[in-house]
Ligand binder design. Structure first.
Ligand SMILES: C[S@@+](CC[C@H](N)C(=O)[O-])C[C@H]1O[C@@H](n2cnc3c(N)ncnc32)[C@H](O)[C@@H]1O
Length: 212
């Protein structure tokens, strides 16, 4: 499977303008949420379609995103959120969320997450350290948790699309996606989800419902 991960001029321009305006520094119910509003809509749309029993989030930061996901949990059929961050920052109380402090690339942390998911259906959002070397490890550890018909959301491919200096040598999530997806054809880009302006170009994936 060959993918074309190029992004057109105007979409890049729009993204750059949104980032310059810090439109990805939002709050949800008063708590920091690091996402563009259009990505929040895309995520709730996709998760309400997939209806995972458990949502795994890598990169909790201040917990605003977990609070956001929890706000539509009932409608999405979500029972639990498991959110990992290497730093234990202050967070709001999110009754359905379990926050784990640890390095998401550590096999023992992944084992804890896997145990909490159990045999429930699971979607995964990858939003921690965006360096390709780290994202490669996260894909290897957590993509297998994504059940058939469920979502894998890879955040902040913008670091590749806009060629951020810090990521130029090693690459970011898009480089990892380009490496991982060709050998995992049961993961497909989710149709009708990606916003025109997004920090997550080519970041919305879904595992084919018929996958084993
Ligand atoms: C972009 S922020 C997450 C934003 C949050 N998901 C949101 O939407 O509001 C990235 C987070 O990843 C965390 N992080 C960085 N390296 C990590 C690692 N190795 N394991 C787990 N979390 C990590 C950082 O501490 C930071 O809180």
């Amino acid at each position: 499977m060959n993918y074309d991960f190029s992004v057109g001029f105007w979409r890049k321009r729009g993204l750059k303008a949104a980032i310059d305006r810090k439109e990805d520094s939002q709050t949800w119910a008063g708590h920091s949420l690091r996402k563009l509003p259009a990505d929040c809509f895309a995520m709730q749309k996709l998760l309400c379609q997939c209806r995972p029993q458990v949502l795994v989030e890598l990169g909790s930061q201040y917990g605003g995103s977990a609070l956001f996901f929890a706000s539509f949990a009932r409608e999405a059929g979500m029972e639990a959120i498991v959110s990992v961050d290497v730093v234990d920052l202050p967070k709001p109380s999110v009754p359905i969320a379990t926050f784990i402090t640890g390095d998401s690339s550590a096999p023992e942390v992944a084992a804890k997450v896997k145990a909490l998911v159990g045999n429930r259906t699971c979607s995964v959002i990858v939003d921690s350290n965006h360096h390709a070397e780290h994202v490669d490890k996260e894909l290897a550890l957590y993509a297998p948790l994504v059940s058939p018909g469920q979502a894998l959301i890879m955040e902040d491919t913008l670091v590749d699309v806009l060629n951020f200096k810090k990521f130029r040598a090693e690459g970011g999530p898009l480089r990892s996606i380009g490496k991982y997806m060709p050998s995992h054809p049961d993961l497909e880009l989710a149709p009708g989800i990606e916003p025109y302006i997004t920090t997550n170009y080519f970041g919305y994936w879904i595992r084919k419902a018929s996958a084993p």
